[in-house]
Design a protein around this ligand. Structure first.
Ligand code: ADP
Ligand code: MG
Length: 266
């Protein structure tokens, strides 16, 4: 059974692509075969985050047109052969793929027996969004702890429900614990109270995320994992049904790292 999960948010720039890349890589590290689909046909950048931009020959459109086979369109990650990307074409408008075509792409990957399909959704709630969610059975809703992002996430949750996607989970990204403590930022609890869907993960705001974006190396590949990298790994474990306690992002970092090391050693 292939799990088909759309990563969505409503608002742009909150971390959908970052989550898709890191979660895809983290699941692949757990020996799952993961295909990530870049459904942001207007502003593709999942290829950049995964460092695969130079290896794209065919795109989803070539596959739909019958100009290549699935194995040719899927760009395999060199570092992690369990992970592959189905790229979007860069110069097409967001409207240029239909929900039926998205379903067709997903069907082909399902027939190829991948464990996960992660669909990186564009911002907004227009056609691009509708196409991206068309074939999904589950959703990961990403938001930052900002009122505008949470409001958009709330609308998206309503639309997902209306489209029959009931299995939704929340990632709160870019949390800054110090700001929460000073009551300058919404807490995870505040966000959860508003959105009322189960929490899948909390990712701290961390400049290493930006560095990793620029290098095309997902954080979960780091030898010495950062807190954000660990948090993404935990998201993958929870997605697979493990019960993993949420990191206490408020603890002083030294403490936290000492405890984490003990925890990871087992
Ligand atoms: P979206 O796909 O929702 O538009 P992206 O994943 O492209 O968002 O992220 C937008 C920007 O925010 C990127 O520059 C990314 O590096 C940065 N970013 C995302 N998550 C974090 C984080 N946890 N800490 C710091 N920067 C982040
Ligand atoms: Mg994106």
């Amino acid at each position: 059974m292939t799990r088909i999960i759309v990563v969505t948010s409503g608002k742009g720039g909150v971390g959908k692509t970052t989550c898709s890349a890191n979660l895809g890589m983290a699941l692949a590290q757990r020996d799952r075969r993961v295909a990530v689909i870049d459904a942001d046909f207007g502003l593709r950048n999942l290829d950049l985050l995964l460092g695969l931009e130079n290896r794209i020959v065919y795109t989803a459109f070539d596959l739909l047109a019958g100009d290549c086979r699935l194995e040719q369109a899927l760009v395999k990650d060199k570092r992690q052969p369990n992970l592959a990307l189905l790229p979007a074409a860069q110069n097409r408008s967001k409207e240029s793929i239909t929900p039926e075509q998205m379903q067709e792409l997903v069907n082909q990957i399902v027939a190829n027996e991948w464990d996960y399909i992660l669909i990186d959704c564009p911002a907004g709630i227009e056609m691009g969004f509708k196409n991206a969610i068309a074939a999904a059975k589950e959703a990961i809703v990403v938001t930052t702890p900002e009122i505008s992002a949470v409001r958009d996430a709330d609308r998206v949750i309503g639309l997902l429900e209306a489209n029959g996607i009931k299995d939704m989970r929340l990632i709160v990204n870019r949390l800054r614990p110090a700001m929460v403590q000073e009551e300058q930022m919404m807490s995870v609890q505040d966000v959860q109270d508003i959105l009322a869907i189960p929490l899948l993960g909390v990712i701290p705001d961390d400049e290493r995320v930006i560095v990793s974006t620029n290098r095309g190396e997902p954080l979960v590949l780091e030898k010495k994992l950062s807190l954000a990298g660990i948090a993404f790994g935990n998201v993958a474990r929870r997605l697979e049904g493990e019960t993993v306690p949420f990191l206490d992002l408020n603890a002083p970092h030294d403490d936290l790292f000492a405890r984490l090391r003990r925890f990871l050693r087992g």
